[in-house]
Design a protein around this ligand. Sequence first.
Ligand code: PLP
Ligand code: COI
Length: 354
Amino acid sequence: MEITIKKADKLKKHPEDSTLGFGTFFTDHMFNMDYNPEKGWHNPRIEPYGPIEMDPSTMVLHYAQAIFEGLKAYKTDSGEIQLFRPEDNLKRFNKSGHMLCIPDFDEEFILEALFKLINIEKDWIPGAPGTSLYIRPTIIAMDPYIGLRPSHTYRFFIILSPVGAYYAEGFDPVKMWVTTDYVRAIRGGVGQAKTAGNYAASLYATDLANKDGYTQVMWLDGVDLEYVEEVGAMNIFFLIGDELITPQLNRSILSGITRDSVIKLARSWGSKVSERKVSIHEIYEAHEKGTLKEVFGSGTAAVISPVGMIKFKGKEITIGDGNVGPFAAKLYTELTNIQYGKADDPFDWIMVLR
Ligand code: PLP
Ligand code: COI
């Protein structure tokens, strides 16, 4: 398939790196492609960033048949652009699609389209430390129909956003709120898919957490309301004694690419890493005994986010001295050094923009 390119007549002013935050600025162009049963995926095009016109009955608006991804492009000191594990994101994107009855796309073709788009938008990639170009591929159901069934038509789009830190706290520790009143996802549901509804389901409890002075909800499993799952936008790790623990992939949490990278990095240092069930009681007991050394989250947007405080059933605990721990700090440095081309890439995670 040939990707057609239509350039924007008027280009936007780029934001200052210091004002970026997360998710508010978008570049001049986007990628679009459509699907219908007769033609399959067709009409791939790069065109000016702009609204998607849709009928009020469009299925995605009613039943959230939508999937998305999140990955980043980084600028190195020598001005090269590199992507971190993009093939893994595209593989996961198709996997999410299966769970939402969304037709497969050709991952190699989309990678090529993404490279084309980023090449056009290269100047948008910020260079200040900790900044990058966030890439948001999305697929939405486009049938104008309000009966409940999978859509027959879809729109695939990719938008790009120059970003800084995801949390207002930056690399300072965030505060986690644990509840047994609400769950984000449940075994057998679509928790492991990167799909819109999972995020909608997380909003109410997160709002309660925010009102209580907490940054995020640390979700418990939906069956026993006891085992830690993940956080709204990241996976979670606990350093108890010398064991680094992260909840096992149980089909209700997202199989994070940063999570996998943390596991591989920590194992390469000789650390003991366990993917297993970890109950909120085990965490509180470890805190009591003084063996809970660190807690941190991992994600594309969140990178490595240290957790300074947890609140569960009214009891607040401070992790370590409430500051960034040495394990999280080392992971942050090693991971970002690979992402920004400051260190070797022993795991073959980097793709340089060609
Ligand atoms: N869990 C959820 C719910 C997420 O939205 C994300 C972000 O993508 C993650 C975990 C971390 O996944 P990744 O490391 O692939 O970005
Ligand atoms: C990401 O880290 O890429 C995500 O998708 C999280 C999102 C909620 C900002």
